[in-house]
Structures are given as structure tokens and as C-alpha cells.
Ligand binder design. Structure first.
Ligand SMILES: Nc1ncnc2c1ncn2[C@@H]1O[C@H](COP(=O)(O)OP(=O)(O)OP(=O)(O)O)[C@@H](O)[C@H]1O
Ligand SMILES: [Mg+2]
Length: 283
């Protein structure tokens, strides 16, 4: 089935898909055309978010995290950030990363394993209390952090996917920079931006996954939070005055990276396993 995966990328504020990729496309093709411009924005101080969205087993985790033989979007993004930093010697950069899991509406820090973290709003900022951050100075150190966190993520075997993601994850790269050339001023302007790479759990139908008990409960929680995300993206794309960010942990945490000046790209992975699910993903 993997060979049949098609990926569609969509900018939330547009009305239609920007790019369509067929089964021959590589993660690098998706990265070059869809996510590279967002990385450039993030390095220039704008928040950006890249989602992988779609039904279970359609290739979201493969696209974001890669495999033994192919690098994922995350790794390509990280290399690009370090290249951008190197080619900008006039600024001093500091990079920190955090790795968040949302499992059945509970937030876990994938770098420490701490669970039930609280999210709150303070001075128009969304704060996750006690969330750890690791300072990284090389691309390899970022990838090591990603791999460490991935080991703690909730995954399980279903009829559809041997390693199905049962939670949403947000890998956040915090880019802080300041000019090396500013002199004569007491206050040095610091630029701060968040780049979020979100690997969502896939939407699923019970009759396909064969989920019962705990798996069934997970599937319900996944579908509820994906509907909440769909609603928020729909409200944003219609410029509605009220957006239901706080209905759900995922949209609450990403509030400042979805609305306002943030740039968002959604990579929709689709597969022939279910036509209904494909249509709903594209909608
Ligand atoms: N483009 C691709 N090339 C080769 N293998 C792929 C590709 N996309 C997906 N696969 C393989 O298909 C299987 C399912 O993919 P993956 O785990 O990425 O799906 P998912 O969308 O993350 O599913 P879930 O929502 O259940 O987490 C994996 O074994 C993965 O390696
Ligand atoms: Mg997955």
C-alpha cells in the first residue's frame, strides 16, 4: 500500500491545494516545494507550523519522521535551519527544541516523560508549565533529541498499521536571534519564533482498524481532536471573528502558530484504503 500514497499540500489560508504529489514523489520533493518557504520565514522571525494530516496508515509519520532509507521533512528542515544560520554571520542564533505529545487530551513531555502538563494563557502567550527544552547547536543533536522522544511516543499495532501513532506530537524548534552589529543601544532587539512540526494521529474507522477496548477509546479521542482542528482551520480560512482554539489541547497549544502572522502548511496524506476518508481529508 505504501507505493500508492499521494500527498497533497495545502496552505490554510488559501482555498485549494497548492501542490499535489503522486506516489513517485519523495519526502525531499514535498519538503522543497511545501515546507522550505516556511523554514525561511521561521528563521526570519515568523511562527510557522507544518502538519501531517490524513487517515491512518497513509504515510504521515513516514513523511515527517522518515525511515531508515529516506530522510523525513523534520530532518530536512533542521539541516536547512542550520544552513540559514551559517549563511547569516551578522546574527547570533540560539536554538532550543521541545517535544510534546497529546494523548487522549493529556500532554506529555517526550524529553522527560513527565505527564499531565498544564497549558495556560498568560499575556497573550500560551504556556505549557514545566515543559523542558534542550539547547541544540548541531543538526545531529536535534535529530538525537527527536529520536529520544519518539521512543516514548504511544504507538500500537492495528489492522491498518503495524506502528500506528496513537497520539499527536508537536516537535517545536524555538529560534532566537539578535544582531551582532547593533551598538549604542541599551535594548537589543531579539527575534523569537516557533517552528512546529506536527505529526497527527490518523483519523480512523473502527471497522477498518478492528479497534476494541483501549484502542477504541484512543481512536475516539483521535477523531474528536481532529474534528476540532478541522473546525479551527475552517474558521481561520474564513477569517471568522471567533476561533475555537480552546476547545482542544492541540489547537490551544498551537494558537499563536496557527492564527495571526503565522504561516501554516498542511500536508494531507491520502491512500486508496478508503474513498470516504480520502474525501474527508481533502475537504
Ligand atoms: N512514501 C512512502 N514510501 C514508502 N513507505 C511508506 C511511504 N509512506 C508510508 N510508508 C509505509 O507505510 C506504513 C504506514 O505509514 P505511516 O506509519 O507513516 O502512516 P501514518 O499516516 O503515520 O499512520 P497512523 O495515523 O496510523 O500513525 C509504514 O510502514 C511506512 O513505512
Ligand atoms: Mg503515524
Amino acid at each position: 500500500m505504501a507505493g500508492m500514497i499521494i500527498t497533497v499540500a495545502y496552505e490554510a489560508k488559501g482555498k485549494r491545494a497548492n501542490h499535489v504529489f503522486d506516489m513517485k514523489a519523495t519526502n525531499r520533493d514535498v519538503y522543497e516545494q511545501v515546507t522550505k518557504p516556511l523554514v525561511d520565514s521561521a528563521v526570519s522571525g515568523f511562527n510557522a507550523t507544518i502538519f501531517a494530516y490524513g487517515q491512518t496508515s497513509s504515510g504521515k509519520t513516514h513523511t515527517m519522521m522518515g525511515s531508515k532509507t529516506e530522510r523525513g521533512v523534520l530532518e530536512l528542515v533542521v539541516n536547512e535551519i542550520f544552513d540559514a544560520i551559517e549563511s547569516n554571520p551578522d546574527r547570533e542564533y540560539l536554538l532550543r527544541v521541545s517535544f510534546i505529545e497529546i494523548y487522549q487530551e493529556q500532554i506529555t513531555d517526550l524529553l522527560t516523560g513527565s505527564t499531565r502538563l498544564k497549558v495556560s494563557d498568560a499575556h497573550n502567550e500560551v504556556v505549557i508549565k514545566e515543559l523542558s527544552e534542550e539547547m541544540c547547536s548541531t543538526p545531529d543533536s536535534v535529530i538525537d533529541v527527536m529520536k529520544k522522544g519518539e521512543k516514548l511516543r504511544h504507538i500500537a499495532c492495528t489492522n491498518m498499521n503495524e506502528r500506528s501513532s496513537r497520539s499527536h506530537t508537536i516537535f517545536r524548534i524555538i529560534i532566537e536571534s539578535r544582531s551582532r552589529c547593533e551598538t549604542g543601544s541599551d535594548e537589543i532587539a531579539i527575534q523569537l519564533s516557533h517552528l512546529n512540526l506536527v505529526d497527527l494521529a490518523g483519523s480512523e474507522k473502527v471497522n477498518q482498524t478492528g479497534a476494541t477496548g483501549g484502542r477504541f477509546k484512543e481512536g475516539c479521542a483521535i477523531n474528536v481532536s481532529l474534528s476540532a482542528l478541522g473546525k479551527v482551520i475552517d474558521q481561520l480560512s474564513k477569517n471568522e471573528r471567533h476561533v475555537n482554539f480552546r476547545d482542544n489541547k492541540l489547537t490551544h497549544i498551537l494558537r499563536n502558530s496557527l492564527g495571526g502572522n503565522a504561516r501554516t502548511a498542511i500536508i494531507c496524506a491520502i491512500s486508496p484504503a478508503s474513498v470516504d476518508e480520502t474525501l474527508s481529508t481533502l475537504r
